[in-house]
Write a protein that binds this ligand. Sequence first.
Ligand code: PEP
Length: 262
Amino acid sequence: MDRTKVDQIIHEVVAKYFRKPLIVAGNWKMNMTVREGLDFLEKLGSTEGNVLIFPPYTTLAVLAPEMKKRGILYGPQNFHYEDSGAFTGEISIPMIRELGCSFLLAGHSERRGYYNETDEALGKKVAKGIRSGFQVMLCIGESLEERRSGQWQRKLTEQIVLDLRKLEKEELDSILIAYEPIWAIGTGVSASLEEINETHSFLKMTMREMFGRDLPLLYGGSVNEKNAQEIGSCPYVDGFLIGGASLNPEKFRKIIEVSRGV
Ligand code: PEP
């Protein structure tokens, strides 16, 4: 039997018998006023440590103690690699730390695409975040054109190499990767199970080759309360990063229930 097949069987057995609850992360993007956020938390109720929310800054500042009370982990959707200075519109690690955040989101495709966030800047951000004691969720993903032209493996590998290039081996303990195909974000149509399986097994193997170990790997792209069960059952999926469905407390709650049962 070839090495890939053996690897896959081992992973499937481990996933089946030793799996932790899946991580459920919500990216609220530029949605949720403070009042809407408080209402959301009221309806969501308490959680058990595998739930994470990235609200917009203003909402984050007010909701932090409320999320803490409910066992929700939280952080900003973006941050700067300098501690302070003339960077209008940016937010720094000391400001984030003051709010009791433990996670940082980095490299979302909307930031890469609309705000020209480069792998150069991301390398610095990721290193800064980790060395400041945070867990960093790094988003990677390919465009539809890259998927169709067979360039997706090159693109994803390149993002991992460039964005994590400044880290020492032990610093990888604080990294989670969110694979988000750009063409599945906000479209209502997730990648197919075949595509998710193929891509996640490729990424897990690539990480093992590069770093000699696995990193937690989430899937994002139109995850909702209806498809979470089957996507979460893919052996290489360790959780979800969710946009649209994370804005609705009933849908988000259902996905959390799924995350504890697969
Ligand atoms: C996202 O933006 O990270 C995302 C996955 O969005 P959606 O769930 O709406 O596709």
